[in-house]
Design a protein around this ligand. Structure first.
Ligand SMILES: [Zn+2]
Length: 690
C-alpha cells in the first residue's frame, strides 16, 4: 500500500463504518453511521488494498492453480466492493454536491484501477495457463464458467496483446474518452443552439397554461422578452407536439429535432465518423472483425447477425401496424377538415386525437384503484408469494438512508431467511429519474454473503395523511423492479462475480420484464386493484380500457425503436478500412437495408444525437432492451400456457433463471427454462401487433 494512502487510512480507520464489515444482519450497511466524509478514504484504500491483493496473486511463486488464482481473485477487493456498492447506490438515490464531487474525482481512478488489473501481464499469464488446460482441471461447471468469463474479460481488455499493441489500446481508449466527452458537451451545447423561439402566444394554441408559462419562463431566462422558448428533448419525437395546434410550428420544432448535429458549431456528425472508425480499429486490434462483433461476443445474442435476424422477423408485422395507424391518423386529419397528407410532425398530434376518441381514459379515475401500499403488498408481494412462496416481513429496526425507505426481511417458503430488501419508492431531490434495482451486498456462497437488495423508483408521494395513488404504469414498474430484486435475492451461486444480475445486457431485463404482466392477472388484480375509498374492485370495463390503451401506437413505438437499434448496429458493424464520407447517406442506407426506412417514422435517435450509441455505454447494444423483452414475452406466454400463477411455475423460473446468475451461458439458461430458443410472436402479441 502506498505510504500516503496508509497514513490517510490510519486516521479514520476507527471511526469509518465502511472500513470494516457491518455487524448488521447480512452486512446491511450502517446507514445511521455512514457520512459523506467516509466514502473517499474507504474507496481509495479499497483500490489500494485490491491492487496489493492482485499483485500477490500475480507474483505468487507457486504455479497457477484454480484456487490460488481464480478463487483468490474472487476474494479480492472486499473493502472496495463494500464501499463502492454503498457509495454508487447513494450517488443515484441520495446525491448531493459532495457525493458528485467525489464521483467526478474518482471516475478516472476507477477506470484506471480496472485497467491495472485486466492489463496485468503476470496475472493474465496465470489465467491463460489455467484456461489452456481447463478441460483437465476437473472443474465443476460453475468454476469452468468462471474461468472462461475471466479469460474472455482479460482478452477483451487487451491482455493478450504485446506492449506496443497495449499502448495502442490505451491510446485509443484515451482518444475515445475525449471524443465521447466532446460528444456529450456538444449535446448539451446543442440544447441552446436548437431551441425554438416563438414570437407570439397565438402560435402556442393547444398547449396548457402551465406549458406556456414554462416556455415563457425559459425565454425570460435567456433575456428573450415577450417570447417563448421551446427546448428540444433528447429523442427524435418531441412530446410537446402532442398538443400543438399550429402545424407550421410543429414542422419547425420537428426540423429542429431531427437535424441536430448535422451542421453548426456543435456538429456531432464528424464525431460519429471518428468514433465508429476508432472503435473498428480497436476491435481489429483485439481480434474481432467489427466493434459490434466485439461487443456482442459476451452477450446472449453473440453475433450482430442474430440481432438482425430476430428484428427482421418482426419488421413486416410492425410495418403493417404502422400503416394501419397512419391510415387512422389520416382519417382523423380529414375528419378535422384538413386536406394535407400526414407528415412526421403531425403524427403525435393526430394520434393523440385518435387515442382520445377510442379510449376516453380519466387518469384519476384509474389511479383511485391503485393505492401504493396495496399495489406493493397486496399486488407485488402477493404475486411473489403465489409464485415462489416468499414472504416480506417489515424490519423497521434496520437503519435506512432516508425516512421514506422501507426495510424488509425476505423469508423463503420453508421459513428460512433469504435476504434483506429495501423499497425506496418516492421521488425526492437528489434522486436521479427513472426506476432501478441495485445491491448493497451480493449473494455469494464463496464469501458466505446473503443478498441485500434495493428497489428505487420516483413515485410522487401524496401529502401527509393522503393516500399515494399510482398509475397503472407505475404499478407494472413495481412488479418489474422486484423482478430484478428477486434475480438478486434468489441468486444461488458460489462466485460473487457470477452472482444475481451480473448477466449480459441483453438478458438482464428479462427476469424483470417477465414479472410486469402479472399486474393484469385476474387473481392478482382482484387482490390489489381496489378503490382506495370504497374497497370496490376495479370494474372490468375500465381495466380493459387501460389495457387496450397500452397497445395504442405500438406500431410507431416499436418501429422507431427498432430503427434506432439497427442504425446503432450498422454504424458499429463497419470494417476497419471502410470510410463513411456522408453520415446522412449512410443512415438512410442503413435503415433501407433493414426494411425500417419509413416516411413518417424516424429512428428514436438519429446519428447526431444518439447518446446511447455514441457517447453512452450502449454502443452496438441499444437492441438489448427489446431482446430482453422478447425473452420476457415468450417466457411469460409459456408460463400462462403451462399452469399460470402457481408455485410450480415460479419454482421452475427460479430454478432455471433466477438462481443461476451468470454461472451458465444465457442462451442455455433460457433454453433450460423454456425448452427452446426464444421466438418473437409473444412480443408482437404483448404489444398488440399481431
Ligand atoms: Zn429493468
Amino acid at each position: 500500500m502506498p505510504v500516503e494512502v496508509a497514513e490517510q487510512v490510519a486516521g479514520v480507520v476507527e471511526s469509518n463504518p465502511l472500513m470494516s464489515i457491518s455487524p448488521l444482519q447480512y452486512q446491511a450497511p450502517q446507514f445511521d453511521q455512514i457520512k459523506n466524509e467516509h466514502f473517499k478514504p474507504a474507496l481509495v484504500a479499497g483500490m489500494a488494498e485490491q491492487l496489493q491483493e492482485v499483485d500477490a496473486i500475480a507474483n505468487n511463486p507457486e504455479p497457477a492453480t484454480f484456487d490460488n488464482t481464480l478463487v483468490a481473485l474472487e476474494k479480492t477487493g472486499a473493502l472496495l466492493n463494500r464501499a463502492s456498492l454503498v457509495f454508487y447506490n447513494l450517488a443515484g438515490s441520495s446525491s448531493n454536491e459532495t457525493i458528485r464531487a467525489i464521483q467526478g474525482e474518482l471516475a478516472p481512478k476507477m477506470a484506471a484501477h480496472r485497467d491495472d488489473i485486466y492489463l496485468n501481464k503476470a496475472l493474465f499469464k496465470r489465467v491463460d495457463a489455467l484456461y489452456q488446460q481447463r478441460e483437465s482441471l476437473g472443474l465443476d461447471a460453475e468454476s469452468l464458467r468462471l474461468l472462461e468469463v475471466y479469460h474472455r474479460d482479460f482478452v477483451m481488455a487487451g491482455a493478450q496483446l504485446n506492449d506496443a499493441q497495449q499502448q495502442q489500446i490505451r491510446d485509443l481508449n484515451e482518444q475515445e474518452a475525449t471524443l465521447t466527452n466532446n460528444f456529450r458537451q456538444m449535446l448539451m451545447a446543442q440544447r441552446d443552439e436548437t431551441a425554438v423561439v416563438v414570437d407570439s402566444v397565438d402560435e402556442l394554441a393547444g398547449l396548457s397554461e402551465g406549458q406556456i408559462a414554462m416556455l415563457k419562463a425559459a425565454a425570460d431566462e435567456k433575456g428573450l422578452d415577450g417570447k417563448y422558448l421551446i427546448y428540444i428533448t433528447n429523442t427524435t419525437r418531441q412530446p410537446i407536439l402532442t398538443n400543438m395546434d399550429n402545424r407550421a410550428l410543429r414542422d419547425r420544432v420537428w426540423q429542429a429535432s431531427v437535424n441536430r448535429g448535422i451542421a453548426g458549431e456543435n456538429a456531432t456528425y464528424p464525431l460519429v465518423q471518428q468514433l465508429t472508425a476508432l472503435r473498428a480499429e480497436k476491435a481489429k486490434l483485439l481480434g474481432f472483425d467489427t466493434w459490434a462483433d466485439y461487443r456482442l461476443a459476451p452477450a446472449m445474442a453473440k453475433t450482430p447477425q442474430a440481432v438482425r435476424d430476430m428484428f427482421s422477423s418482426m419488421v413486416p408485422k410492425v410495418a403493417a401496424n404502422v400503416e394501419r395507424e397512419a391510415e387512422a391518423i389520416q382519417q382523423m386529419i380529414v375528419a378535422k377538415g384538413e386536406t394535407f397528407k400526414l407528415q412526421p410532425w403531425d403524427w403525435a398530434y393526430y394520434a393523440n386525437q385518435v387515442r382520445a376518441e377510442r379510449f376516453a381514459l380519466d387518469e384519476s379515475e384509474v389511479k383511485a384503484y391503485f393505492e401504493f401500499k396495496s399495489v406493493l403488498e397486496q399486488g407485488v408481494f402477493f404475486t411473489m408469494n403465489k409464485l415462489f412462496g416468499v414472504t416480506f416481513k417489515p424490519r423497521p429496526d434496520l437503519p435506512v438512508y432516508h425516512e421514506d425507505v422501507l426495510a424488509y426481511e425476505v423469508f423463503d417458503a420453508d421459513g428460512s431467511s433469504l435476504a434483506i430488501f429495501y423499497g425506496d419508492y418516492f421521488a425526492r431531490e437528489g434522486k436521479r429519474g427513472g426506476a432501478w434495482m441495485s445491491a448493497f451486498v451480493k449473494q455469494s456462497g464463496l464469501l458466505e454473503a446473503k443478498p441485500v437488495i434495493v428497489n428505487v423508483m420516483n413515485i410522487d408521494k401524496a401529502a401527509a395523511g393522503q393516500p399515494t395513488l399510482v398509475s397503472y404504469d407505475h404499478a407494472t414498474t413495481m412488479f418489474h423492479e422486484l423482478g430484478h430484486g428477486l434475480h438478486g435475492m434468489f441468486s444461488d451461486v458460489k462466485y460473487p462475480s457470477l452472482s444475481g444480475t451480473s448477466v449480459s445486457r441483453d438478458f438482464v431485463e428479462f427476469p424483470s420484464t417477465y414479472q410486469e404482466d402479472w399486474a393484469a392477472n385476474p387473481e392478482v388484480l382482484a387482490n390489489y386493484a381496489r378503490h382506495y375509498k370504497t374497497g370496490e374492485p376495479m370494474p372490468k370495463a375500465l381495466l380493459d380500457k387501460v389495457l387496450a390503451s397500452r397497445s395504442f401506437n405500438q406500431g410507431y413505438d416499436t418501429m422507431e425503436y427498432m430503427a434506432a437499434a439497427l442504425l446503432d448496429m450498422e454504424w458499429h458493424s463497419l470494417a476497419v478500412d471502410s470510410k463513411v464520407e456522408d453520415v446522412a447517406a449512410f443512415e438512410a442506407d442503413a435503415l433501407a437495408k433493414n426494411g425500417v426506412k419509413l416516411d413518417y417514422v424516424l429512428p428514436r435517435y438519429r446519428s447526431g444525437y444518439f447518446s446511447h450509441a455514441f457517447p453512452g455505454g450502449y454502443s452496438a447494444s441499444y437492441y438489448a432492451y427489446m431482446w430482453s423483452e422478447i425473452l420476457a414475452a415468450d417466457a411469460f406466454a409459456y408460463t400462462q400456457r403451462s399452469g399460470g400463477l402457481n408455485r410450480a411455475s415460479g419454482d421452475k423460473f427460479r430454478k432455471h433463471v433466477l438462481s443461476v446468475g451468470n454461472s451458465i451461458d444465457p442462451m442455455e439458461t433460457y433454453k433450460a427454462f423454456r425448452g427452446e430458443a426464444p421466438k418473437t410472436a409473444a412480443l408482437l402479441e404483448r404489444r398488440g401487433l399481431l
